[in-house]
Unconditional design. Structure first.
Length: 220
């Protein structure tokens, strides 16, 4: 049976990971490249439950789902309650930052969220039969003006604890996250390159059909 793509507009639907300026990532034994517009349903670099770097599709579905559910986010508040996530293994996404779209009566504007040059660790889940999803939580107060959700951010020392099964949804570093508006070019998953994270003036635009991974409120 053909899988059915879940028609949702999720929170945290695009992010950035660069490796050329990160020696620690070049020694992982997996060939990866700088990516400035990582979109759902593509292969992404994660640390699995044994902290082994692996490539997995950013596209989670429980093994029993037919057709497949195609989830890219999992709410931390219901992670242990929803049947879709029972039996899921833990993983960690590696990122420089993520994009989120601010919406108002004038339209929408993409914002890039980051911690300077620091590598970010997103809490995630995966299974062996599909792929992985980013775990999200309520956004910190300083990010609420863009969107009400954000990835669960882990400190590097907390990564092993998350992978061992401990719930670490209260982030100690979210208050340090900064964000700024960027080019509308990030709206298209086909666009890539460092210019996507260059600061731009706030220029909302309307778009009746969101691109894959572009933010919204239906599933976040």
């Amino acid at each position: 049976m053909a899988s059915k793509v879940l028609q949702t507009r999720p929170m945290c639907g695009r992010y950035v990971l660069t490796v050329n300026n990160r020696p620690e990532l070049k020694t992982l034994g997996i060939e990866v490249r700088d990516r400035f517009n990582i979109a759902p349903q593509t292969e992404v670099l994660v640390l699995d439950e044994t902290e082994t770097p692996v490539l997995k599709p950013w596209d989670y579905s429980p093994s029993w789902a037919d057709p497949a559910m195609h989830l890219i986010n999992a709410r931390s508040e219901t992670l242990r309650q929803k049947p879709a996530f029972r039996g899921a293994k833990r993983c960690v996404f590696l990122a420089d930052g993520w994009y989120e779209w601010h919406r108002d009566h004038r339209g929408k504007t993409p914002y890039y969220h980051h911690l300077g040059q620091e590598l970010l660790y997103f809490a995630g889940i995966y299974n062996e039969t599909s792929g992985c999803a980013i775990v999200t939580r309520e956004a910190h107060d300083n990010l609420q003006f863009v969107h009400h959700r954000q990835p669960v951010l882990l400190e590097s020392r907390a990564v092993p604890h998350w992978l061992e099964g401990h719930d670490l949804f209260a982030s100690a570093i979210s208050h340090q996250v900064e964000c700024y508006p960027v080019s509308q070019a990030v709206n298209s998953p086909g666009n890539d390159g460092p210019s996507l994270i260059d600061p731009r003036q706030y220029q909302p635009t309307s778009s009746p059909t969101p691109a894959l991974g572009e933010s919204g409120d239906l599933f976040d």
